[in-house]
Design a protein around this ligand. Structure first.
Ligand code: C2E
Ligand code: CA
Ligand code: CA
Ligand code: CA
Length: 280
């Protein structure tokens, strides 16, 4: 038995080594791609459920590596957080997204999205200069603080000692804060007592199966009451069907996001004649 468990340990260690090596090589590629301009930002509409009009957009990063091809953010964001590159990458994403909103204001006028939503990771929040960097980007792009919404997860807020302070500083300056993937963390409701939050993004896992009788429907119903009662705005994530949209409308939801309304795309504000535009 000792021998076989020893063998397993060797295999296990080898697997860990391989994973560490894979992460390291992915990390090195991230560095090169940041210098070579292989990252793009796409934008997904956040719509008003009453008329499906786009009120805002969420910026989502895309990586098309020359050899690896498309790499999912779910695969590379954690690596960029571990090796610290997320700080530089995240600043680039924030600047790119803010510039884009400034461009839309010029080209679309009143039809431009009201605000841009940008995901910020734990590592970025605990970088001491982060609020100042964001403020410089707003000045540089001519956007007022209310034009920016920063999406943070419950885990990110609990992750680093100074993350909460960064959120407070951003909020005091007029930048709005969304709790992303709301309901999937450890202390969702407790956070609402202590962290300044403006928007709750109700996680897709609750929205899935909402139209079938069960717990998800009860939870999504309860969350709109929590949100309204606290004077927050709720955005239902991952809406894929008209049935789900209808159900959310009936519960009193005003805002939603999901493939049903629009996939992330390089140019979500230009209606496409065909539904097959680039959605990577
Ligand atoms: P997230 O912030 O919760 O973003 C929503 C994710 O759900 C996006 O995946 C989006 O494409 C996908 N999505 C939207 N609507 C639907 C739908 O109706 N059905 C399904 N199945 N999926 C939908 P994506 O772009 O692959 O991003 C995954 C995660 O990676 C994000 O989750 C976020 O945590 C992280 N991420 C993406 N972009 C950035 C970024 O610029 N910075 C940081 N720090 N993290 C990012
Ligand atoms: Ca998000
Ligand atoms: Ca989310
Ligand atoms: Ca998510």
């Amino acid at each position: 038995a000792a021998k076989s468990s020893g063998g397993q340990l060797v295999e296990y260690t080898a697997a860990l080594d391989e994973r560490a090596e894979a992460a390291e090589s992915l990390g090195a590629d991230l560095r090169h791609s940041l210098d070579d301009g292989d990252f793009h930002v796409v934008y997904q509409p956040i719509v008003d459920l009453r008329d499906s009009s786009t009120v805002a957009v969420e910026a989502l990063v895309r990586w098309v590596h020359p050899a690896r091809g498309f790499v999912s953010p779910a695969a590379f964001i954690p690596v960029a957080e571990d090796n610290g590159l997320i700080v530089e990458l995240g600043e680039w994403i924030m600047r790119t997204a803010c510039r884009r909103l400034a461009d839309w204001r010029v080209t679309l006028g009143a039809a431009a999205p009201l605000y841009i939503s940008v995901n910020v990771s734990a590592r970025q929040l605990s970088e001491p200069g982060f609020p100042a960097v964001v403020s410089a980007i707003l000045t540089e792009t001519g956007l007022e603080p209310a034009a920016l919404l920063v999406e943070v997860t419950e885990t990110a807020i609990f992750g680093g000692g100074t993350a909460i302070e960064a959120v407070e500083t951003l909020h005091r300056s007029g930048i709005r804060i969304a709790l992303d993937d709301f309901g999937t963390g450890h202390s969702s409701l407790g956070l609402l007592r202590t962290v300044p939050v403006d928007v709750l993004k109700i996680d897709k896992s609750f929205v899935d199966e909402i139209t079938e009788p069960g717990r998800n429907a009860v939870i999504v119903d309860a969350l709109i009451h929590v949100s309204n009662g606290l004077g927050l705005r709720a955005v239902a994530e991952g809406v894929e069907t008209e049935e789900q949209a209808e159900y959310l409308r009936d519960l009193g939801y005003h805002y939603a996001q999901g493939y049903h309304f629009g996939k992330p795309s390089p140019d979500p504000m230009t209606p496409s004649p065909t539904p097959t535009r680039l959605t990577v």
